[in-house]
Design a binder for this molecule. Structure first.
Ligand code: F3S
Length: 75
């Protein structure tokens, strides 16, 4: 499992499905705009497989996951 260094929610894609929040509330939350955001400082301590599970749960692939080298590993 690669080390995950950056997780981004593409706001233009997010439809507020909130499955990411259900899978991993330690990292994802819904903002006042009804779209998900990544909680500050949460990625470093989160389990990489759990982050990928949350990203895979998004119906519109709005969650971009990058490894420590900056390579996009999902989607
Ligand atoms: Fe948005 Fe996808 Fe989460 S639509 S709320 S990023 S599951």
């Amino acid at each position: 499992m690669p080390k995950i260094s950056k997780v981004t929610v593409v706001k233009d894609l997010c439809i507020g499905s909130a499955s990411c929040v259900a899978v991993l509330p330690e990292v994802f939350d819904l903002g006042e705009d009804g779209k998900a955001y990544v909680k500050e400082g949460s990625v470093a301590s989160a389990d990489a497989e759990a982050i990928l599970d949350a990203a895979r749960s998004c119906p519109v692939n709005a969650i971009i996951v990058k490894d420590a080298d900056g390579n996009q590993i999902y989607p």
